[in-house]
Design a protein around this ligand. Structure first.
Ligand SMILES: Nc1ncnc2c1ncn2[C@@H]1O[C@H](COP(=O)(O)OP(=O)(O)OP(=O)(O)O)[C@@H](O)[C@H]1O
Ligand SMILES: [Mg+2]
Length: 468
């Protein structure tokens, strides 16, 4: 399979590294060659200067002969002229190129330390230097030194070959490294891609054996966690469906049973009335259950429109308390509001009323007579906190983590007594979270329960400031 990511990464790296390597090699090569050529030039000039110094001491035919003889045995060629450029002596035969150099020389203007007169080693056959001969402060002649450029050319081509060889090795190593590197990066990615494909095909048992602690390892872990979560969700959904069908079946069984008994000819009028009232109760319970389930389904799909507005917490508390007061009075539970004045929350009052009703309903159901339920409202710079405390039976610690789950009831056997279906807190949680808030529950068995709702203040404060 053409592994596209690896190819892209590989190519990108390759291009970059090749550019960097080429620049480096080129610079190195040019500097190297220039230095070597400079060295050769300087040596040639130094040799010429030595001759001119010797001749300055004794500018005589014997010395001239001697110099010419010396250079005829060396790789260099010397031509000595007088001040006007007339040739006095030469060591080897004079090539046309040398003649050209002589012709192009301005004999009047040569610096004391000599100069390089031909340095185009890659165009010409010879490089050349010119050292003036000065006897007692007077300009007497010139020593021209020539060296064949063949040697320089050979040396440079040798260098170039070496550089090419090293460059090729470097490119080879680069290719191998990039290949390995890109495999190292993309292999786990490909495995993860396969894993997520499996996930979407419904296979949640994904095991990614990617044991590394970099970002790829983290990604692999995230995918594994995701697959576990999916698995859990699937199980939760199945459980939820099972509980729903159970929840629906129980009241339906009651209804059918009582309807059967009521329709028996032997049943008295009074019995019939009683059975029918039970049937009505159960039907009401069923209707409520289905309404709540529907509401939850809507909350799940965000179809729930939340119309937030600035609303006084105290007014909200009072309206809720007015609704539940009769039921609390009946059970002789006192209900108190403690709310700082002028707390304004940015909420959907109708939905929040429902949250408070659900929580208060629980408090009432699970508190004995003569106890107290308090609903509090406080705020600081960042949060508005609503808390509802009761002095009821409390919730066992082992059940605490689950009370917000759908259809979860602490005591299943007593459900008939309380008439709950275990959806109240789940709905409350969805609504609070849809407001960007948080709901928590603290409880101690035998002492009581406190439900705490926290809302961020951000929006409402900004708006109330703008509003004056
Ligand atoms: N204040 C409380 N004191 C004691 N137990 C509580 C309290 N609030 C909740 N619980 C326990 O948590 C469970 C879940 O509460 P939730 O409100 O979700 O369901 P419910 O009250 O049983 O049914 P519903 O609210 O749908 O009528 C309850 O069944 C109850 O056992
Ligand atoms: Mg409830």
């Amino acid at each position: 399979m053409l592994n596209k990511l690896a190819l892209k990464i590989g190519l990108l790296f390759f291009v970059f590294i090749i550019i960097i390597e080429s620049v480096l090699f080129l610079t190195l090569y040019v500097t190297f060659v220039n230095e070597r050529v400079d060295e050769v030039m300087t040596n040639l000039l130094a040799r010429g200067n030595t001759h001119s110094e010797v001749l300055a001491d004794s500018f005589e035919p014997a010395t001239l002969d001697h110099v010419a003889l010396m250079e005829s045995a060396s790789d260099f060629i010397v031509i000595i002229t007088d001040a006007a450029g007339n040739e006095l002596i030469h060591s080897d035969s004079i090539e046309p190129e040398m003649q050209e150099v002589l012709e192009h020389t301005d004999f009047g203007e040569v610096p004391q330390e000599g100069q390089i007169v031909e340095e185009r080693w890659n165009e010409k056959e010879f490089i050349a230097t010119d050292s003036p001969i000065t006897v007692a402060g007077e300009h007497q002649g010139h020593v021209f030194m020539f060296a064949e450029t063949n040697q320089i050319k050979q040396m440079v081509s040798h260098l170039r070959n070496q550089f090419l060889a090293v460059g090729l090795i470097a490119i080879g190593l680069t290719v191998v490294t990039i290949f390995l590197l890109s495999r190292l990066i993309t292999l786990p990615l490909i495995r993860m891609k396969k894993a997520t494909e499996q996930l979407s095909n419904g296979n949640n048992e994904v095991r990614l054996n990617i044991d590394r602690n970099d970002e790829l390892g983290e990604l692999a872990n995230a995918i594994t966690t995701l697959s576990n979560d999916l698995d859990r969700l699937k199980n939760a959904r199945n459980e939820f469906l099972a509980s729903i069908s159970h929840e629906l079946r129980t009241p339906l069984t009651y209804i059918k049973g009582y309807a059967d008994i009521a329709s028996r000819p032997a049943a008295s009028e009074e019995e019939k009335r009683e059975y029918i009232s039970i049937i009505r109760e159960e039907t009401a319970h069923l209707t409520e259950l289905i309404r709540q389930l529907f509401e939850l389904a809507q909350l799940d799909h965000n179809q729930f429109s939340i119309r937030k507005e600035e609303f006084s917490l105290e007014v909200l508390f009072q309206s809720v308390v007015a609704l539940v007061r009769p039921a609390f009075d009946e059970k002789q539970i006192s209900l108190t509001i403690r709310c700082e004045r002028e707390i304004v929350a940015f909420i959907d009052p109708e939905r929040f009323q429902q949250v408070l009703l659900n929580v208060l309903d629980n408090a009432r159901k699970h508190s004995p007579e003569g106890t107290q339920v308090t609903i509090r409202g406080t705020q600081d710079e960042k949060t508005i906190t609503i808390s509802i405390s009761d002095q009821g039976e409390g919730i066992p610690e082992k059940d605490l983590p689950f009370v917000f789950e759908r259809l979860y009831r602490v005591d299943k056997s007593r459900s008939r007594q309380y008439g709950g279906s275990g959806l109240g807190l789940a709905i409350a949680k969805e609504i609070v979270e849809a407001h960007g808030g948080r709901i928590t529950l603290h409880s101690e068995e035998g002492k009581g329960t406190t439900v705490r709702i926290e809302l961020k203040r951000g929006d409402s404060v900004a708006e109330s400031i703008v509003g004056g």
